[in-house]
Ligand binder design. Structure first.
Ligand SMILES: Cc1cc2nc3c(=O)[nH]c(=O)nc-3n(C[C@H](O)[C@H](O)[C@H](O)COP(=O)(O)OP(=O)(O)OC[C@H]3O[C@@H](n4cnc5c(N)ncnc54)[C@H](O)[C@@H]3O)c2cc1C
Length: 477
């Protein structure tokens, strides 16, 4: 019997990878910490086999003679951007915007570099062929990819090169490939990825080429160890933790113990300038963050719906101060939605004919998200207040000896006690659980340091006209 794409994905993870949780090596496909998350992802992958959904999420790829995910679609016209957006939205809606690294982000990065591959010919004449072959392989095998770009926090005040262990580095080369030693963080979804796209986003100085590489590293590479953080899903049941139990995207640190990366998977090496151009590639960033901000919009919609439901359930939605806060959440949603539309409408064709969403709006939405999300959580906490602690420890207690008390004293203005308890449990999972804290930090930091991201917007923005207007008045008065 033909396996679904979800089943094929799960099977692909039984490949000898080294995943560590609570000090033990584990098998991700059978461990309780991954059960809910892998079920969710499996379901998303299988959508590509279902006639009513496959055409919304994917496109027929003539090279592979099958439907592949729209994250691989090279946008040539507005309709292509809409197709990409629709696919991102469907997966995001299926996961309430909570799961951010479903491989559509990293696949989009790959698509962006592939679409502009000629630019890198000057740095390495094999880049174009290698990335083309990998792009085809990723489509053929529906590979789950994760981009890992950052260095572990050791001493941020050191200069690059002060501590050789602070950045992943090449310690040797042989006929098979590069030999790599060091660590990378954070690899969200790492334990169930097929491959990692590994490269630095820090600017590497010209005198340290040993740090300047772009590699596609198979998750089962010999010497690669993935160290998971604690699980937020394990021991959390679906009724009391509907988010944690299904959507916990595991984060991991990757340790490279002299991993040999085959030459075929070394896209660029020993070249700081080439790596900086990879980092600055607008097609890759725009296509990937286009997914991120669509996912953000869906998440903010879910949070807004939750805030409204809580306010109504306890009858505070009529108060002006609460309405003002709910209005702020609506504002967040509409602002991100508007910026997504602007990025698509003002998309421009590059020299290769790719229609790239306008990065300035994408960047604005992304940077706003790092402030919006913590504020949205604060609003829900302010509205729900002590209500989060007026619930039994498990939903099942409504059926227990205290059931009558719960039904009588814990009902809401518009809800019976059982639904109100479930609503507050759901909200707590999103605003107060360990997963909730992780998500607050994720939205703040997933795209790098929010402070430097905003400062970068100021530095790179073309301000001449605005400043010119000021001086024309100063000088004419
Ligand atoms: C849950 C989560 C999941 C993530 N998943 C991924 C992933 O899958 N792939 C990926 O590539 N990245 C991922 N990231 C992003 C990434 O790993 C980092 O968190 C991000 O780049 C910020 O770096 P840092 O956390 O090391 O903070 P640091 O850079 O160490 O910053 C710590 C603090 O010091 C300040 N600071 C540090 N250096 C300076 C400086 N030079 N000047 C001024 N201020 C400074 C910062 O403003 C910040 O407040 C994820 C992040 C989180 C939180």
């Amino acid at each position: 019997m033909q396996l679904t794409r979800g089943e094929q994905f799960i099977n692909s993870l039984k490949d000898g990878r080294k995943v560590w949780l609570e000090g033990k090596e584990i098998e991700v496909t059978t461990h309780a910490a991954f059960h809910g998350t892998l079920n969710t992802i499996s379901r998303l992958f299988t959508m590509l086999d279902e006639p009513e959904l496959s055409n919304q999420i994917g496109f027929y790829d003539t090279a592979q003679e099958k439907i592949v995910h729209n994250a691989f679609l090279l946008p040539r016209e507005q309709a292509d951007l809409r197709k990409r957006a629709a696919a991102f939205r469907i997966w995001a809606e299926h996961t309430n915007g909570v799961m951010s690294r479903l491989s559509d982000y990293a696949r989009s990065r790959l698509t962006g570099w592939y679409a502009t591959k000629e630019r890198y010919h000057v740095y390495d004449k094999h880049f174009g062929d290698k990335i083309s072959r990998y792009y085809e392989e990723a489509k053929a095998k529906d590979l789950f990819l994760t981009a890992v770009q950052r260095e572990p926090q050791v001493n941020r005040s050191q200069a690059i090169g002060d501590d050789p262990d602070a950045i992943l580095r090449v310690i040797g080369k042989n006929s098979e490939g590069l030999i790599v030693r060091g660590a990378k963080m954070i690899a969200t979804a790492g334990p169930y990825s097929n491959d990692f796209i590994v490269y630095p986003v820090t600017k590497i100085p010209e005198n340290h080429p040993e740090y300047a590489h772009m590699m596609i590293v198979p998750a089962n590479s010999k010497g690669l160890h993935m160290m998971c953080r604690e699980s937020f899903a394990e021991l959390r049941n679906h009724h009391d933790y509907p988010i944690s139990s299904r959507y916990d995207e595991m984060d991991a640190v990757l340790f490279f113990d002299d991993v040999v990366v085959p030459w075929e998977r070394v896209l660029l090496h020993d070249n700081p300038e080439a790596l900086w151009q990879i980092r600055m590639n607008e097609a890759s960033s725009s296509l990937a963050y286009h997914q991120s901000i669509i996912r953000l919009q869906v998440k903010l919609e879910f949070v807004t719906g939750l805030a409204c439901a809580i306010a109504e359930s306890i009858g505070v939605n009529q108060f002006l101060n609460i309405q003002e806060k709910l209005g702020e959440l609506v504002n967040q949603v509409q602002t991100i939605k508007g910026l997504i539309i602007a990025s698509e409408v003002e998309a421009k064709a590059d020299e290769f004919g790719n229609l790239i969403p306008a990065f300035t709006y994408i960047e604005t939405a992304r940077n706003l998200g790092s402030r919006y999300y913590p504020r949205a959580l604060e609003i829900i906490q302010t509205i729900g207040a002590g209500g989060f602690f007026q619930v039994p420890s498990t939903c099942s207690e409504i059926e227990g000896p205290l059931g009558t008390y719960i039904q009588t004293y814990l009902q809401g203005a518009s809800l019976k006690a059982d639904e109100k308890v479930k609503l507050f449990k759901l909200a707590w999972d999103l605003v107060g659980s360990p997963l909730a804290s992780r998500h607050k930090l994720y939205e703040q930091f997933y795209a790098g340091d929010p402070v430097r991201n905003l400062a970068g917007q100021y530095v790179n923005f073309d301000k001449d006209k605005m400043i010119g207007e000021v001086f024309s008045m100063v000088r004419s008065s």
